[in-house]
Design a binder for this molecule. Structure first.
Ligand SMILES: Nc1nc2c(c(=O)[nH]1)N[C@H]1C(S)=C(S)[C@@H](COP(=O)(O)OP(=O)(O)OC[C@H]3O[C@@H](n4cnc5c(=O)[nH]c(N)nc54)[C@H](O)[C@@H]3O)O[C@H]1N2
Ligand SMILES: Nc1nc2c(c(=O)[nH]1)N[C@H]1C(S)=C(S)[C@@H](COP(=O)(O)OP(=O)(O)OC[C@H]3O[C@@H](n4cnc5c(=O)[nH]c(N)nc54)[C@H](O)[C@@H]3O)O[C@H]1N2
Ligand code: SF4
Ligand SMILES: [Mo]
Length: 716
């Protein structure tokens, strides 16, 4: 029998006529795992497999999403030609016709409704070069102030917290290689095991080395199972919980007095505030027993070293930025930052979640993490772009607020590149209605996404296998994603699409790049002297060194591994602590008789974001074919919901239908639904439009809902 198999495989091997390899990086999460696609031609058929490649971040590991990523890239439904909507149907047109349409409509919209009537919406899945170019296109070619991007729904709370507390936002203050040697880790609202799986070995090594791990999450997940202590709080109560931790740390004197004195402002005010709170009220708000809060505080306080990581569980709240700041208050009070094996990590989400927030896609930002309202910054960027400072528009509004501006008819034309807001924005029906109201809507995508379907014109973009450029990963490490796979059909790279649009609008001189590298050369100069300084980074260095941690101000600089060793980035060198009030300034939705449960949303291992890509991958889609409602059996019994039954979930805003999945480990007052599906399973039809007043992050993690069995499937 074995002989027979061997013979079969040997003859199969012989048939491999040629083999090609393509170096690339995974198109999904912020780990940006380096990998190689191997193409084998066997007679007339091509087969593909992906293997991991060594690098300092993922060390050659891949998760299932990376292994199967090429499946969506080769999917038959990839868009290959520009499509124009004619009488409700999409018809194929040429690029010149598409660009003519853009010229005609963009020009007439701006003539009729003003320059700011055109809005641009970008993405943190774009390369640094494309993110930079999109910002330049909006500000210098269209001269609109309205540009923002999907990172607003993702990294904005952590970014704003780090900027305000430390004076600078690089998600990780340390590199991943320090994690195994820290003594205590707090994982707050992060599910690394499913969302950055190749990071998990760093945490496992820390555990093997004896680190104490504390997880803060309303659900039990593959990540919380790694923890020694799981604080299973009520969704949306991280501020109160962290005030409890801080209160105990301060009162039991686990603070680092000399560090506070030399390097921190604002400690006394915070101390006074937390001492006015009682642990009983904190237990009441969070649902976490005082004994557990005390245990966590003492463990973190007394260890010599410690690190805190946050992700969207804490951040996607209407008080997400202040919640993160309170975790930073803990780090600062205990002096666990700026030294070995101590620090903070906002676990970045999208592949280029870090780089895309540094180079000018954000409403208030210019390249190099410069501020659009700072005169010096404006003058510098205007000089790089060869325009007058006065020509640069001012600050726009956040992603969701642009949708509101469409309803207010202030924005009448929209260009979206690489995002699917119909599924990713809160208050989804409002978003759908807005997009339908536009005079002219262009989307650049790989697929006919739920959003692209509403466009007047769709431009086909190239995928990660085809499009070269730099991506800045979770560590703040700038990496070069090589890409040599030929474009299919008439697909163009995103940067080419931007250049072509600029050309027909008469701006070809400032957009005449012939490669991504040429754009990067300009980005280097634009970032020079800014907080995110890439000036010392070149493609050649990235090829040779395999990635460089910014800031890297000159060619002789080896990159910055650990931040804040000597000082913080505020002008006086100090970090700023601030009070985080238990009561959110923007009130969170509360449960009521009508809507008695708290819905929180998030992710599963096999799907990515709005699922447009991973739902096209047979291997990934097979793992989770549809959405689900995670619900405690006791709660399920109360509402007569059997396991695996169709359930209607309703909030004040709308309803969806998904299948139930009983779980004994979720809180009884909480249910969970992933957000990777659209249409009748689009969980954002339920989520409210409330935003964090500081960073404008929507509160994706708290919605009051009710549930009922869809049909008469009552329990026996
Ligand atoms: N498989 C997969 N991986 C991904 C992605 C994906 O879609 N799929 N997306 C990428 C992107 S863009 C991002 S932003 C990251 C997201 O990565 P994560 O933020 O880790 O993912 P989420 O599932 O959104 O939320 C994390 C955890 O927060 C918990 N949580 C919910 N409410 C609360 C709360 O009120 N407080 C606390 N403390 N925790 C709460 C959830 O139960 C969940 O386990 O993942 C990246 N990686
Ligand atoms: N309820 C709820 N909602 C959430 C979240 C949550 O936890 N809960 N998380 C939020 C977070 S953290 C994020 S990051 C957002 C993400 O929200 P989105 O940005 O809307 O999600 P994606 O699925 O990444 O959408 C990317 C689109 O671009 C296309 N695309 C992929 N690659 C390329 C490319 O190279 N070029 C072009 N032109 N197109 C491309 C894809 O086909 C897809 O249609 O969702 C947010 N929404
Ligand atoms: S999804 Fe993230 S962890 Fe998985 S292979 Fe891709 S980059 Fe790596
Ligand atoms: Mo994200």
């Amino acid at each position: 029998m074995t002989e027979m198999f061997l013979k079969y495989f040997r003859t199969k091997q012989q048939k491999v006529e040629s083999e090609k390899t393509y170096d690339t990086q995974c198109p999904f999460c912020s780990m940006q795992c380096k990998m190689q696609l191997i193409e084998q031609s066997i007679v007339t058929r091509k087969t593909y497999k992906t293997i991991g490649k060594d690098n300092p971040t993922s060390e050659g590991r891949l998760c299932i999403k990376g292994i199967h990523a090429h499946q969506h890239s080769f999917h038959r439904e990839r868009l290959k030609y520009p499509l124009l909507k004619v009488n409700g149907e999409f018809v194929r047109i040429t690029w010149e016709e598409a660009l003519d349409k853009i010229k005609e409509n963009f020009t007439s919209i701006q003539a009729e409704d003003g320059l700011n009537a055109l809005a641009v919406y970008g993405s943190a899945s774009l390369t640094n070069e494309e993110a930079y170019l999109l910002g330049k296109f909006a500000r210098s070619a269209l001269k609109t102030k309205y540009i923002d991007y999907n990172g607003r729904l993702c990294m904005s709370a952590a970014a704003s917290a780090a900027s305000q507390t430390f004076g600078m936002d690089r998600g990780f203050t340390n590199s991943l290689s320090e994690i195994p040697y820290t003594r205590c880790i707090i994982l707050a609202g992060t599910n690394i095991a499913e969302c950055q799986p190749t990071m998990i070995p760093y945490v496992e090594k820390a555990k093997e080395n004896g680190a104490y791990i504390i997880a803060i999450d309303p659900r039990e997940t593959a990540t919380t199972k790694l923890a020694d202590l799981h604080l299973q709080l009520k969704p949306g109560t991280d501020v109160a919980l962290t005030n409890g931790l801080l209160k105990i740390i301060i009162e039991e004197n686990y603070i680092n007095k000399s560090f506070i004195q030399e390097r921190v402002n604002g400690f006394e005010e915070v101390k006074e505030y937390v001492s006015s709170l009682t642990l009983e009220e904190i237990e009441d708000i969070t649902g976490v027993p005082i004994a557990q809060i005390r245990k966590a505080a003492i463990k973190f306080g007394k260890e010599e070293t410690g690190m805190i990581f946050t992700a969207r569980g804490v951040e996607q709240q209407t008080d997400g930025s202040i919640a993160v700041r309170n975790l930073l208050n803990i780090l600062l009070s205990t002096g666990k930052i700026g030294k070995p094996h101590c620090g903070y990590g906002a676990i970045t989400g999208q592949g280029n979640g870090q780089g895309a927030r540094e180079h000018g896609q954000k409403a208030d930002q210019l390249p190099g993490y410069r501020a659009i309202e700072n005169e010096e910054h404006r003058a510098y960027i205007a000089s790089v772009w060869g325009i007058d400072e006065a020509e640069l528009p001012g600050k726009g509004v956040s992603a969701y607020e642009m949708i509101e501006k469409i309803h207010e008819v202030e924005i009448t034309g929209l260009f979206i590149m690489c995002s699917n807001p119909v599924v990713s924005h809160p208050n989804a029906q409002f978003v759908i209605n807005a997009l339908k109201k536009l005079k002219f809507f262009v989307a650049a995508d790989l697929f006919l996404s739920e959003t692209a379907k509403l466009a007047d014109l769709i431009l086909p973009a190239s995928s990660y296998l085809e499009d070269e450029g730099t991506m800045t990963n979770v560590e703040g490490r700038v990496t070069l994603r090589e890409a040599s796979f030929p474009c299919q059909g008439e697909v163009k790279h995103d940067w080419q699409i931007i250049c072509e649009m600029a050309r027909v609008l008469g701006k070809e001189k400032a957009f005449s790049y012939t490669s991504a590298e040429e754009i990067f050369q300009e980005l280097r100069v634009a970032s020079r002297g800014g907080k995110a300084d890439y000036y010392g980074i070149t493609y050649e260095r990235l090829r040779k060194e395999g990635g460089i941690l910014w800031p890297c101000p000159d060619m002789g600089h080896s990159g910055t591994k650990r931040l804040f060793e000597a000082s913080f980035s505020h002008p006086n060198g100090k970090a700023v602590m601030v009070i985080a009030p238990n009561k959110s300034v923007v009130a969170k939705e509360q449960t009521s008789e009508e809507f008695p449960l708290l819905l929180t949303t998030g992710r599963v291992m096999s799907h990515y974001l709005t699922g447009v890509q991973t739902r096209k991958s047979a291997a990934l889609a097979a793992r989770n074919v549809e959405s689900y409602l995670e619900i405690h059996p006791t709660t399920a019994l109360k509402y007569q919901i059997p396991d695996h039954a169709l359930v209607k979930i309703e909030s004040k805003r709308g309803g969806i239908v998904v299948r139930s999945k009983w779980s004994e480990t979720i809180r009884m007052d909480t249910v969970f639904v992933p957000f990777h599906w659209g249409d009748s399973q689009n969980v954002n039809l339920l989520v409210s439009k409330k935003l964090d007043p500081d960073c404008r992050m929507p509160g994706f993690k708290v919605t009051a809902v009710r549930v009922r069995p869809l049909m008469d499937q009552l329990l026996q």
